[in-house]
Ligand binder design. Structure first.
Ligand code: PGA
Length: 253
């Protein structure tokens, strides 16, 4: 079933104390102020996963995500983290293919396909990120880029496996820039993504897939984005670092 989701991608921000304080504040506000059925996902840096797990493990509809994982089961990969290491500390979700990793670590669609495979093999829910750069948008290539990222990154899966994915559309030009895609711009791409899924896997799988929007989501624009037919929530960076803002974004769901 399609879920409404607010995911906070903290990137390389916060220290241990700050991370725990942020989660405690959001969980408190979520309980006191929100009575809907949206799910919340926190994606802290690796060192805090275990601590945050203890804070959220008994909280209904609140989940823990890593920001990345390695595609191998285990081995001599200094500095990397495996799927089984993540599940061993209570992680349930993992962001795969964030544009910052595509850009700075040269992660290709083919590599991301293997990361999705290892995540699924260990029961982790991938949050697979796709999105075009400003250059690609201005050249009129947005939908082609999206099609390739979907085809090469996750359309090798069978329908059952694909049904476990969360997709996040994040136009690169909107990430961390303060410039948000307009609701119509975002909806156009979300509808296209859902149509690609429909063509590949059929109507039921497409209708059930949660497709999140990311890129400068804030309390002031969340409601109008989330009101669009094919936008099922947000992958939030900067605004997820402030408990008041992130809670207000959850409430906009
Ligand atoms: P932002 O980041 O909300 O700060 O634009 C979103 C993301 O990178 O996931």
């Amino acid at each position: 079933m399609r879920k409404k989701i607010a995911a906070g991608n903290w990137k390389m921000h916060l220290t241990s104390d700050q991370a725990q304080a942020l989660v405690s504040e959001v969980v408190n506000m979520y309980h006191n102020e929100y009575h809907g059925d949206a799910e919340v996902i926190f994606a802290p840096s690796y060192p805090f996963l275990s601590q945050i797990h203890h804070l959220v493990k008994d909280v209904d509809k609140v989940h823990l995500s890593a920001q990345n994982l390695h595609e191998a089961e285990q081995g001599a990969y200094t500095g990397e983290v495996s799927a089984s290491q993540l599940t061993s500390v209570g992680v349930t979700h993992v962001i795969i293919g964030h544009s910052e990793r595509r850009q700075y670590q040269q992660e290709s669609n083919a590599l991301l396909a293997s990361k999705i495979d290892i995540a699924l093999a260990h029961g982790l829910t991938p949050i697979y990120c796709i999105g075009e750069t400003l250059e690609q948008r201005e050249a009129g290539n947005t939908l082609d880029v999206i099609r390739t990222q979907m085809t090469d990154g996750c359309f090798h899966l069978d329908a059952e496996a694909f049904g476990k994915l969360i997709i996040a559309y994040e136009p690169v030009w909107a990430i961390g820039t303060g410039v948000t895609a307009s609701p119509d711009q975002a909806q156009e791409v979300h509808a296209f993504i859902r149509q690609l899924i429909r063509d590949k896997y059929g109507a039921q799988v497409a209708d059930d897939c949660s497709i999140l929007y990311g890129g400068s989501v804030k309390p002031s624009n969340a409601a109008e984005l989330f009101a669009m037919a094919d936008i099922d929530g947000g992958l939030v960076g900067g605004a997820a670092l402030k408990s008041r803002d992130f809670t207000d974004i959850i409430k906009a769901l």
